[in-house]
Write a protein of this length. Structure first.
Length: 144
């Protein structure tokens, strides 16, 4: 299965020139922990998390009117819509990321896939496997 089938398509975004205070307010009002930062071509040029705001912003004494590009993680790793989920997990593990932008073949943002999305899918798969085992397991099949 590809990440394009499970990613969230309605992604909260930001521009690199937006002030960190506006970004923090948007995260709060939308109850999200990250925004994907896009250039004019709608390509991801960064990602900013609530942790970035604290560690790279507040802890460093950055003014609230500073641009988000001061705290964002630049050039985030991305996955294409047809990237297998296993490959997306590999990308996340290699960099310690919990989320990666999903792009189309033109490089434009198409969605966001998170570790939680993948874990939800795996949990559902395991539930289905468990149901099969209960219906067709050795104990059930051995009953006369």
């Amino acid at each position: 299965m590809s990440v394009g089938r499970i990613c969230v398509r309605d992604v909260d975004v930001a521009r690199p020139d937006e002030p960190v205070q506006a970004i923090a307010a948007r995260m709060h009002s939308r109850n999200v922990g990250a925004l994907v930062v896009l250039n004019e071509s709608k390509e991801p040029v960064g990602i900013v998390t609530d942790r970035d705001l604290v560690v790279k912003g507040m802890a460093q004494g950055l003014p609230l009117d500073a641009n988000v590009e001061k705290v964002m993680t630049r050039s985030p790793h991305v996955a294409y819509e047809d990237t297998p989920i296993e490959d997306a997990l590999r990308i996340m593990r290699s960099g310690g990321f919990r989320r990666i932008p999903v792009v189309n073949r033109s490089g434009e943002l198409a969605g966001l896939v998170t570790l939680d999305d993948i874990l939800d899918l795996l949990a559902e798969e395991f539930r289905e496997i468990g149901g099969l085992l209960q219906k067709e397991g050795p104990r059930v099949l051995a009953k006369p």
